[in-house]
Design a binder for this molecule. Structure first.
Ligand code: SF4
Ligand code: SF4
Length: 315
């Protein structure tokens, strides 16, 4: 069995939905897309420029020879649906949450690669573009990566290794049905300016937690019921029809359902936040409660909280 075969077998045994291999040569399309975005959206220029160094992984990792890329499917978890009205599904199923069964999968994959005698570095490449090049995802007009059999409800993980592995065939471009622009129409803040052109500084996922505050009123008023993240451009997508399957339980969300509501978050005290919410979102500063308060209050006031206003995954 070749190293490539062994790597794909490890990935499947660890529960990855797909695994592919590509080379470490520069990601020219990625670099030119970032430059085009920076030019078009100068207000977000520094966000795109920060990402540019990943276009040339060999510059910082001259020892690397191949990239191993895996797709994790999270659209298999039976999340409490009311939470997904306000919190992005990706965050509810974040593998970094201690109780999530996928929590240790990337480190175990890295250990398997090292056990084959390879030098390994996690990340350091544009993982989505690496996955396209490795043939395991295609990019929709909303900018999200789609994998066959699970839609866009995925995460991508990548490792550079110092072994020459036979690359897989890149994925063909443009998976979207001709004429579809459902995601552009669904975006509440018009962040998807044109197909594949997303202004990150208008995206609710950025505005709910990463952007400086206060968020400009014009955008704040359009953010609707979202408290953390946003799934509107994925929920409406026909390529996601039937792709969320409630196959596995989410024990890490047991007992927090009534704490992740707009009502509870709008007036949450620090102790409850520290003990119950922060462990789920440990990558944001523990002193961020005031931001949660503001987002939750806006969600309560947005007038879009009835069941009829909620966009669920199609299918
Ligand atoms: S995540 Fe939300 S705000 Fe961002 S592009 Fe998609 S629909 Fe628009
Ligand atoms: S909503 Fe339509 S255009 Fe947008 S990503 Fe999905 S299929 Fe493509």
């Amino acid at each position: 069995m070749t190293h490539k075969d062994q790597i794909k077998r490890f990935a499947a045994e660890l529960g990855y939905h797909a695994c592919g291999i590509t080379g470490v040569y520069p990601f020219e399309n990625y670099r030119s897309a970032l430059q085009a975005n920076a030019e078009r959206f100068p207000e977000a220029g520094e966000l795109y420029r920060r990402m540019e160094r990943r276009a040339t992984p060999l510059a910082l990792n001259p020892w690397a020879k191949s990239i191993v890329v895996c797709v994790r499917r999270y659209g298999k978890y039976a999340i409490p649906e009311p939470l997904a009205r306000h919190i992005g599904r990706n965050y509810l199923c974040d593998r970094r949450i201690k109780g999530c069964p996928d929590n240790t999968v990337p480190s175990r994959m890295k250990a398997q690669l090292a056990a084959l005698g390879m030098r390994v570095r996690t990340g350091g490449v544009p993982s989505r573009e690496a996955a396209v090049r490795a043939g395991i995802v295609r990019i929709g007009r909303n900018g999200f990566a789609y994998a066959a059999g699970c839609g866009s409800w995925i995460n991508i993980e990548a490792w550079m290794v110092d072994a020459e592995l036979e690359p897989d065939t890149p994925a063909p471009p443009a998976p979207c049905p001709e004429g579809c622009r459902a995601c552009l129409d669904a975006c509440p803040t018009q962040a998807i300016v044109d197909p594949y052109f997303i202004n990150m500084k208008r995206c609710v996922a950025y505005l709910t937690y990463e952007s400086p505050t206060p968020v400009p009123g014009e955008l704040w008023d359009k953010m609707g019921p979202w408290i953390y993240g946003c799934d509107d451009c994925q929920n409406c997508c026909p390529m996601n029809a039937g792709q969320w399957e409630r196959l596995e339980p989410t024990p890490w969300l047991d007992g927090v359902g009534d704490k992740l509501t707009p009502e509870a978050l709008a007036s949450m005290d620090q102790e409850t936040y520290t003990n119950m919410i922060y462990p789920l979102f440990g990558y944001i500063p523990p002193n961020g409660l005031s931001r949660w308060h503001a987002n939750a209050k806006r969600a309560l006031d947005c007038g879009q909280l009835s069941d009829g206003d909620i966009v669920r995954p199609a299918g």
